[in-house]
Write a protein that binds this ligand. Structure first.
Ligand SMILES: NC(=O)c1ccc[n+]([C@@H]2O[C@H](COP(=O)([O-])OP(=O)(O)OC[C@H]3O[C@@H](n4cnc5c(N)ncnc54)[C@H](OP(=O)(O)O)[C@@H]3O)[C@@H](O)[C@H]2O)c1
Length: 342
């Protein structure tokens, strides 16, 4: 082959690669939501909660997800996955695979840090080896003693919730530039309403359980009216988690829709949530399922599919029993915790 022809083929291949890259970049940009704090967030995020909490497995999953197009990552101090996530992202940035501006990182304030959210966030940043987070969320409307460090608090570790002081600390995190946005998680409409009464900065996000069996209609309507984005955790119902369930991925209607659409039940569940305008925080550490879940973006459901899902009996899976007790918790019953929105 002549040198001319060879270099011509090389140029063509390069051009094809650029077109493919540009298409991928455009697609990535379009799969974003704009938040009330002015920044955008990719609609599919990789969750990193795992009971085993194996650092190497988490790092490999994050690298795999980056390769497959994920740019949004979710962690929390209480998951123990901050170091692994931070390390994998730092490595990827160091290797030039991704820029800091192109990724979106969320972590969460645990109950024991309500006393001092700035100190809590500083510890998170140290754990992750990062200078700032994109999103910092109040993990639960629950305040604990400063030494409480277990996911399931002891009865003597609860304190009365003082949301005004906690939120003022969250706003300080923002002022100091340690995060670009602040939000909440596991908040009912009633608690958000209370928060909005005194907040100088409204929450940008409420991250809650949401999937075809827990559709969050009331909360989504309320949040839409107040320009607060609803982000879905456990969008597959958390199969494999100690508290999770296979009810969503094994649901006969979800499975039938998946069959009809030549998709998987997980993709149907995720596409349903995306179609409601929510972002999906989905955890998988398996390469096949990381890819499968991202594929939900390309799935199309029709009106009939949505109608069938709307008829499914609702069932909340993460009920938060571990935050309820009759003596020390401000929540004496599950209904108290969710303000009867359960
Ligand atoms: N704010 C909060 O209070 C809160 C609460 C819970 C969770 N979260 C966040 O949300 C993330 C996701 O929630 P989650 O982990 O509870 O539940 P999830 O994403 O609904 O489900 C994760 C489970 O499903 C499996 N899985 C993943 N993809 C699958 C697929 N395509 N088909 C079948 N099974 C699949 C995973 O196993 P493999 O890894 O083996 O694939 C894992 O066991 C968490 O990791 C965490 O970051 C936040």
């Amino acid at each position: 082959m002549s040198l001319y022809k060879r270099s011509h083929i090389c140029i063509e291949k390069h051009a094809e690669r650029r077109v493919r890259e540009t298409q991928r970049e455009r697609k990535m940009r379009s799969n974003q939501v704009r938040l009330n704090c002015g920044i955008t967030m990719p609609v599919i995020g990789l969750g990193t909660y795992s009971f085993q909490n194996d650092r190497k497995t988490t790092e490999l999953a994050v690298h795999m997800a980056l390769k497959m197009g994920y740019r949004h990552f979710d962690t929390a101090k209480i998951y123990g996955s901050e170091p692994a996530l931070g390390n994998a992202l730092t490595e990827a940035m160091h290797d030039g695979k991704v820029e800091r501006e192109d990724i979106f990182v969320t972590s969460k304030l645990w109950g024991s840090d309500h006393h001092d959210p700035v100190a809590g966030l500083k510890q998170t940043l140290k754990n992750m080896g990062m200078e700032y987070l994109d999103m910092y969320l109040v993990h639960w409307p629950v305040k604990l003693k400063p030494w409480a460090c277990n996911p399931i608090p002891d009865e003597d570790e609860f304190e009365p919730l003082d949301l005004e002081t906690t939120w003022s600390g969250m706003q300080k995190c923002l002022d100091l530039g340690f995060c670009r946005c602040i939000g909440v998680s596991n908040f009912s409409t009633k608690k958000i309403e209370q928060l909005l009464d005194f907040a100088s900065v409204p929450p940008a996000v409420n991250q809650v359980e949401m999937h075809p069996l827990w559709r969050q209609r009331k909360l989504r309507d309320f949040c839409r009216d107040h320009n607060i984005h609803v982000s879905a955790y456990s969008p597959l119902g958390g199969p494999g988690n100690s508290w999770g369930s296979t009810l969503v991925v094994n649901n006969p209607i979800i499975r039938a829709i998946a069959n009809k659409r030549k998709a998987t039940p997980a993709q149907v569940a995720l596409r349903w949530g995306l179609s409601k305008g929510s972002s999906m925080i989905v955890k998988s550490f398996s390469p096949e399922r990381i890819k499968e879940n991202f594929g939900a973006i390309d799935l199309k459901l029709d009106g009939q599919d949505f109608m069938e899902i709307d008829k499914l009996e609702e069932r909340k899976i993460m009920r938060g029993e571990f935050l309820v007790n009759e003596t020390t918790s401000p929540y004496k019953t599950i209904q108290d915790l969710w303000d009867d929105e359960i």
